[in-house]
Design a protein around this ligand. Structure first.
Ligand code: MN
Length: 259
């Protein structure tokens, strides 16, 4: 065999080995995906894991559903503008404020909210705005269960008498918030449920808020949340919104708050 033939053979062997290696990788990758997919399906069917903590990061997370998902109660255009313009703006501005005020943007946003009096108005408005919206998206889902279950349902009944009585009180808080703001259901520092509201983008975690607690459920009553579909009829928006409340998520936050 000439030196040239040896080189040809080596090259052929090398290519053959590389192709085989690539095929093995491809098959293995495919199998892994299949295993992961089956595993995920098994987990989802066995016990759905509902995240209880959102809004602790300075970054805007993907909307957990399509803009159209909450139709007909909240229209797609409102959702798109709300998420991609208003909420995205708060997320950008809270990061700008963090950079300007030497806050590590990997820190827990809830820690910043609890000490918000030590920061600028820009931080207050945008840390609140970002946190509130991250929470709000997860407080809603398409075709949710109509009522909570478990210990959270018991707590609602014990505190308000019934789910309907709770809804009436919560709707009153949302209707009576003058101007822009939020209605809330919280767990207070002494572990009781409480309904209240805050102005602008304040929230009950803030040390400056007169209404305090760990927010379980928040309703945005800024006009940007409903005006395209409901115009001046905030009460109709509130009534419709109850069809979207993700009780599993709210209950998971309740469990977290009571730990
Ligand atoms: Mn909003």
């Amino acid at each position: 065999m000439s030196a040239q033939d040896v080189n040809k053979n080596s090259r052929r062997n090398f290519i053959g080995t590389a192709v085989k290696a690539a095929m093995v990788t491809a098959v293995t990758g495919g199998q892994l995906n299949a295993i992961a997919s089956n595993h995920k399906a098994a987990i989802l069917s066995a016990s759905p894991v509902v995240p209880s903590l959102v809004g602790t990061s300075f970054t805007q997370l993907p909307l957990p559903y399509a803009y159209t998902a909450l139709e007909p109660f909240i229209d797609a255009i409102t959702m798109e503008i709300h998420y991609s313009k208003h909420a995205a703006g708060y997320a950008k501005n809270v990061q700008d404020a963090a950079a300007a005020e030497n806050v590590n943007s990997n820190s827990n946003l809830e820690d910043v909210l609890q000490k918000i009096s030590g920061y600028s108005t820009k931080m207050r408005n945008n840390a609140g705005g970002h946190y509130n919206h991250e929470l709000f998206w997860n407080c809603m889902k398409a075709a949710p269960a109509g009522a909570p279950t478990g210990s959270f349902a018991t707590a609602i009944n014990n505190s308000y008498g019934s789910l309907d009585a709770f809804k009436t009180q919560f709707a009153d808080a949302a209707k009576n918030r003058f101007g822009s703001g939020w209605a809330w259901l919280v767990v207070t520092p002494d572990k009781k449920l409480a309904i209240g509201s805050t102005a602008n983008q304040d929230n009950p975690l803030m040390d400056v808020s007169t209404f305090k607690g760990f927010p379980l459920l928040g309703l945005d009553v800024w006009e940007h949340a409903y005006y395209l579909k409901y115009q001046n009829k905030r009460a109709d928006y509130i009534t419709a919104w109850f069809n979207l409340v993700n009780w599993e998520f709210v209950a998971a936050r309740y469990e977290k708050a009571m730990q």
